[in-house]
Design a binder for this molecule. Sequence first.
Ligand SMILES: [Fe+2]
Ligand SMILES: [Fe+2]
Length: 480
Amino acid sequence: MSAISSERIPNNVDLASNKKLQKALEDWQPSFIDWWKDMGPEGFQEDLIYLRTAVSVDTDGWAKFGHVKMPDYRWGIFLTPPEKDRLVNFGDLTGAAPWSEVPGDVRKELRRLIVTQADTEPASVEQQRLLGKTAPSLYDLRNLFQVNVEEGRHLWAMVYLLMQYFGRDGREEAEDLLVRRSGHADSPRILEAFNKPIDDWLAFFCFTTFTDRDGKYQLGALAESAFDPLARSTRFMLTEEAHHMFVGETGVARVLDRTVQLMREAPEGDVTARGGIPLDLVQRYVNEWFSASMDLFGSEDSSNSATYFAAGLKGRWDEGNDAKWPDHRALEGSYGLEVPLPGGGFERRDIPLRRAMNLILRDSYVDDCRKVVERWNRVLERAGLTERLYLPSDRFNRHQGVYANMPFDPHGALLAQAEFDARRDALLPSAKDYAYVRSLMKPCYAPGEFASWIAPPRKGINNLPQEFEYVRFARNGAAQ
Ligand SMILES: [Fe+2]
Ligand SMILES: [Fe+2]
């Protein structure tokens, strides 16, 4: 059951014995490939990319590496093996057996959760589709495409659940997932951060650090689900997500490495004169993408989150950790939040714990982000600099929840609107920042070479050297 088959759609769910589902997925497959060719990485569909593909779901050795054309990537359906004697470990069903089918009374909620997760997967591929044209190296180009094909696979993982467990509704949802478009005026993606353009590689590295990390926490919460096929799908997706966050975190760290080097070479000079990205500009990108990703967690006080938790659909991060979460039912207790008052000032509101599950998940996420920023700051520390990057306050630049659309500064102080407007370009990327970063985005496609604004990685992919030909162009090395 856990071996991966070599059928048209590779899988470890014994698709061959479920002809109806197999047919539904095989009917959807050409639409997916059409979508990929239209909306996937533009200009690289004929090139050979050094990609890893899932060949087994065992923790050691699920990944096989080799050069493939992206449209030939083996997108498939892989679930982690069933956990023997698994019991639901949160909410009203604590201690009960998990479900292998969808119960009627939570069908609507479960479908909503799966569709929302599913929608982010093709969205990010769409957001990143032009970045290949300006990759700072073949190594980075390959990493971008690895992220893209895996987001495609995550879509497959969710579409399998929709088609297998939600009948006709599920098939319709699967079609719609290929119809919505990131940033489209009439038919946008569901969540706002997935409609924002990602026009340069600094934005890509911030997105994969902060927005893919939101994905990690959402998937982690769904990996606790009483609906066992969802738990097992998301568990395997988490193994792929780790690489996306690696690409983001090391990408920003390499930008810092390079900036620090340029600052050392010309201590009095401006790094932009040497094609580097200044630290304050990096901070503004962090401010933008961290705050946009915070919005993905939804309202601080949410009756939906209480329903999802009570019904066993969505738990907390690391719910199985009894030391961290001694009370898995969460029927008592509350979460204190400082809520701004219309006339100015704040009032403490105590949100009953189950209604605060979005916030609790977000706190786990913020702790993780804080560690990332600490690791970035080590680059600055080692270079003997006093400057540091930081995470902005949860109030800054928010468009969801109690702090939405209010002029807070990154430390959480409420400013007069005029003061915020005057300082805006020091807090968030300005048109000038974007134009400068874009001016640096020139493709660097010679094996082993890197663009001016980024340092090489410490090591290559799969222990290969930096100068390995991670992408073999069909058209003789030319940028297309
Ligand atoms: Fe994903
Ligand atoms: Fe991802």
